[in-house]
Design a protein around this ligand. Structure first.
Ligand code: FAD
Length: 459
């Protein structure tokens, strides 16, 4: 009898413990993906991630076909569909990757219930989505690390599981019913909408090509260049990690083999990803509630929030980053930090408002990394300096010193040369009037005074 490999956030053939275990010893496998209608109902199936996911599924199907198999696609309720596939095939095992979001843990519980009494076992695999299993790296007497540095020390000392090859052949029972791999439109939730024009293509094949280029040309300089906004010198592998087209374990392994300062810095960022997963695994409520319960009297400022979302705050560096998000469904990490600080510490608006907007566009948008990075910036999360504020002008002069990033994304200001592009309000009357670009919605002094008052730092 075949085993079911239920794909979730592990849409790959290489280094996939779920697929590997299901097909062990050449056994027949049902490589199953269920388009779970609960995800669309929850508003998570936004156009950018739906389009990327459609690419991932088409690529997975093509890869399985090259190996003599195919992807089996069902649509509906994930537990019901899995139950049906098990009944149709007589499968004795369903393999799945362990997840940490509330949705993933509920799915696991529901699958367990659906399979109870059928003689089919649910096998949950750790270290498929993250490099270290959440919960495996813990401080003495506690269930998770609340601070990154000691976590990273322990994480680095853990030994990793072995990297697995892609299967050479995959045998799929012929009689199993399947729909065609879904299109982007099929996967988009009820709100509809179209993907961002500069969205990257999804799938393991594209992801592995990108990673290949990254090892050859990007990794070495990463330590020096990862904050260079116009240089755009990060890996851009985050969406491939989010959908599991690439394995975090394999990336850590490759980087360690390469060695050097760039590789070390890159591995450290991958550890941040694991860090947030382990926080959320221990504290699932942190997806929506303050991880630390302080600072919860945020301002409601609908007009300022709209200006922030649309990239017309009057601060060119903030607006450039917000427009990159609109255009690409992705934003540079330095941009994410500074726009999030601007929303939560200068406008003093609830981090959840920002996190929700990010999730509506980010192709790599996920609950552990998005919500906990937002909390980190807002000072409600794991930052050990919760009251640090990123001044957008200082950020601009450090990370976009010549203004090239702003000119790329804010074309109204493209005629302003050098660093002058960061402060158009300083131009004299007639010069200022040439640019159809708003004045700052708030002065930094006002924002700062509000922040120190709200946090009781002004006494
Ligand atoms: P690289 O610099 O090449 O880093 C390599 C990999 O390390 C990334 O692909 C990512 O998987 C991981 N990584 C890097 N930085 C972080 C970090 N701070 N936290 C967790 N993982 C990290 N990342 C997401 O994957 N999904 C999100 O929804 C998300 N939301 C964010 C929201 C805010 C407010 C902030 C400040 C950061 C957020 N990040 C998120 C983290 C980070 O910005 C992105 O992972 C990174 O920009 C992706 O680009 P890259 O692949 O080129 O990164």
């Amino acid at each position: 009898t075949p085993a079911v490999a239920l794909f979730t956030a592990d849409l790959r053939l290489h280094d996939n413990p779920v697929l590997h275990a299901a097909g062990r010893g050449g056994a027949a496998v049902v490589p199953l993906f269920v388009v779970d209608e609960a995800i669309a109902r929850a508003g998570f199936a936004v156009p950018n991630r739906a389009a990327f996911l459609a690419d991932c599924l088409a690529d997975l199907d093509a890869g399985l076909r090259q190996r003599g198999g195919r992807l089996v696609v069902r649509r509906g309720d994930v537990a019901e569909e899995v139950g049906e596939v098990v009944a149709e095939t007589g499968a004795r095992q369903v393999h799945i990757a362990a997840g940490v979001s509330g949705y993933a843990t509920r799915r696991e519980d529901r699958l367990r219930k659906a399979l109870a009494g059928t003689g089919c076992e649910l096998v949950v695999h750790e270290a498929v989505i993250t490099a270290a299993p959440p919960g495996a790296v813990t401080p003495a007497g506690r269930d998770h690390f609340a601070v990154f540095t000691p976590y990273f020390r322990r994480w680095s000392a853990e030994s990793q599981r072995k990297v697995l090859d892609a299967p050479r052949r995959v045998r799929v029972p012929e009689e199993v019913r399947s729909a065609e791999p879904p299109s982007a439109a099929d996967l988009t939730g009820p709100g509809g909408g179209t993907p961002s024009p500069g969205l990257p293509r999804g799938g393991e094949t594209v992801g592995r090509k990108l990673a290949g280029t990254w090892w050859r040309t990007g990794l070495q300089d990463y330590a020096d260049r990862h904050d260079d906004l116009p240089g755009d010198a990060t890996s851009r592998l985050s969406p491939y990690l989010h959908f599991g087209c690439l394995s975090a374990t394999e990336l850590v392994h490759r980087a360690r083999t390469a060695g050097g300062a760039g590789a070390e810095a890159f591995v450290r960022q991958l550890a941040w990803r694991d860090f947030h997963h382990q926080v959320l695994a221990a504290r699932p409520d942190a997806a929506h509630r303050n991880y630390r319960t302080r600072h919860d009297r945020w301002r409601a400022a609908p007009e300022e929030v709209a200006a922030w979302r649309e990239g017309r705050t009057g601060y060119p560096i903030v607006d450039a980053a917000m427009r990159q998000l609109q255009h690409e469904g992705w934003m540079h990490n330095r941009g994410r930090l500074l726009v999030a600080s601007f929303l939560t510490k200068t406008l003093y608006v609830d981090w959840r408002t920002g996190a929700e907007h990010f999730l509506s566009l980010l192709v790599d948008g996920d609950i552990p990394n998005n919500q906990l990075n937002w909390q980190w910036v807002a000072g409600t999360g794991t930052d050990t300096r919760p009251n640090r504020v990123l001044n957008p002008l200082l950020q601009a002069s450090r990370f976009d010193p010549d203004g090239d990033y702003v000119r790329r994304w804010v074309p109204e200001l493209a005629d302003l040369e050098g660093a002058a592009v960061h402060q158009p309000w300083k131009l004299s009357g007639p010069d200022r009037a040439r640019f159809d670009y708003p004045d700052p919605i708030v002065t930094l002094a006002e924002g700062h005074a509000r922040f120190t008052r709200a946090r009781g730092l002004d006494g």
